[in-house]
Design a protein around this ligand. Structure first.
Ligand code: E4P
Length: 297
């Protein structure tokens, strides 16, 4: 690991009202994006992204897997380095969860990960167990990022489960690219959630995730999402066109079908919402497989 170098968050364009995060597990990319944009507001990591870190890949290629303690130590070092590069920002760190992981197990990991760095948001899956963990985590003073969100009902449940938290402490991450892959317009879910949250107290911020194109970025800016997380490749593409922030933008959704808006009551108990989504389960399976691929049996 290289020595931690502090970089101030400056040079943000005046007309940029959305915070920009990097989606990745490689500190060198963090440096690259800070230099491309002149600032960076935060970073999101996940088990798949950590498994793609070149150091982890190199170890695997040499036939040397990690023990459970070693991989956590590696994750901690990566996150610590990133945190030092953006001390004013937020760094999302994801708990290990498979379909059997209990809320208590997630919470225990979350407590540990939250102590790693001063600017962590802990990612829990938007499932019954994940929401149970998040509800407790918020009461203990932790910051959370509810990940693998694919529906408005899941976002309503996040709002209801984290009532009382202050703005900045709770993110919800709808995955637009993975909805697009299924023929559904992921950006329409962002629009729906933002509209629904207008009825609330603003304590949950919408973090547009699984971003695959500049179209996603421009539409997310137009919709005034609170935060966007995107991979380094998209920031490079954006830099090539001068980090333009269009005054007006017409999103080309192609053949993607819009997700209809639902009238949901944010004052209900979170348990009353239908939080099941097949993509959430698939996402959990993929994250846990990628993580387990690093660990020796
Ligand atoms: C970020 O928090 C998410 O984990 C990430 O954006 C998922 O992106 P993907 O759908 O490209 O894996």
């Amino acid at each position: 690991m290289q020595a931690v170098k502090k970089v101030k968050n400056m040079n943000r364009p005046d007309n940029l009202n959305t915070r920009l995060f990097l989606d990745g597990g490689i500190p060198e990319e963090t440096r690259e994006v800070i230099s491309l944009l002149g600032f960076l507001d935060g970073q999101t990591t996940n088990p798949t992204l950590i498994s793609k870190n070149p150091y982890a890949q190199e170890r695997l290629e040499q036939g040397e897997k990690f023990t459970k303690d070693e991989i956590l130590d590696f994750y901690k070092k990566v996150v610590d380095e990133i945190s030092g590069l953006i001390p004013q920002g937020s760094v999302s760190v994801e708990v290990y969860a498979d379909l059997q992981t209990t809320a208590e197990e997630m919470l225990e990991q979350g407590r540990e990960m939250f102590s790693w760095i001063p600017n962590a948001h802990i990612k829990f899956p938007t499932t019954r167990e994940g929401l149970t963990a998040a509800e407790k985590a918020i009461k203990e003073g932790m910051r959370v990022n509810m990940t693998l969100c694919f529906s408005q009902e899941q976002a309503a449940a996040v709002f209801a489960a984290t009532k009382g938290a202050k703005k900045g402490d709770v993110f919800v991450s709808p995955f637009v690219g993975r909805l697009d892959d299924k023929g559904e317009n992921g950006m329409s879910l962002i629009e729906n959630i933002l509209k629904m949250y207008k009825e609330g107290d603003g304590h949950v911020e919408v973090l547009t995730a699984s971003v695959r194109s500049l179209n996603h970025i421009y539409e997310a800016l137009k919709l005034k999402t609170d935060i966007i997380t995107a991979p380094v490749s998209i920031y490079k593409e954006w830099k090539d066109v001068g980090i333009e922030i269009p005054d007006s933008y017409v999103y080309n959704q192609g053949s993607l079908s819009n997700i209809p808006y639902q009238d949901l009551n944010l004052n209900l108990d979170w348990q009353s919402f239908n939080i099941e989504h097949e993509l959430t389960n698939k996402g959990i399976e993929r994250f846990s497989q990628d993580w387990n691929s690093l660990i020796s049996k």
